[in-house]
Design a protein around this ligand. Sequence first.
Ligand code: NAG
Ligand code: NAG
Length: 158
Amino acid sequence: MEIKHLILSFLILSSIIYTNANSSDCIYTIYVQTADIPSAGTSANVSIFVGDDYKDELSISNLKDWGLMGSTHNYFRVGETDLFSLKGPCLRGPICSLIIVLSGYDNWFCDFIEITSVALGKSCSQKHFVVNKWLDINKGSALILQDECVSEYGSLRG
Ligand SMILES: *[C@@H]1O[C@H](CO)[C@@H](O)[C@H](O)[C@H]1NC(C)=O
Ligand SMILES: *[C@@H]1O[C@H](CO)[C@@H](O)[C@H](O)[C@H]1NC(C)=O
C-alpha cells in the first residue's frame, strides 16, 4: 500500500514536471573541432545557422554563450574540441545545411562541426559537417555548407 502510494505520488509529481517543461523542444549538442595547424584558433565569436530540407532554420548566435566548458574557457583554440548545448525548436527534417558566421578580428580554421538533436519521442538526428577551411574575416567571414539537402523541398542553393 505504502509503496503503491509512493509510486502514485511520484507519477503525479513527474507528470507535473514534464507538463511544465516544453516537450516540443529539441536539445542540440554541438561539437566544434579547431584544426591543429598554426594560427588556426580564433578569438572571434562564431554563430551558426542550422537548416533542413524544408528550409526550417535554427540560428544559434554566439556559440560561446552555449559552451559547456564554462565562461572563463577560451574557445576555438588550436587543436581543441569544444562542446556546446542548447534547447530550441525542433526542425521538421534532418539537419542538412550549415552556415557559419564569424565576427571578430582573427581568422579561424575549422576542421568540423557535428550537430546532434534529440527530442522526446523522436529519433536522434546527427550531422557531421566537414569544414576543413579557413574562415577569413577579410573575405566576409561567412561560410555556407550544404551536404545532403534534397532539392525537391527546395534547397537553400536556389
Ligand atoms: C514550446 O516550444 C515551442 C518551440 O520552441 C513553441 O512554439 C511553443 O509555443 C512552446 N509551447 C509552450 C506551451 O510553451
Ligand atoms: C563577442 O560576444 C561577446 C558577448 O558574448 C561580446 O561582448 C563581444 O563584444 C563579441 N565580440 C565580437 C568581436 O563581436
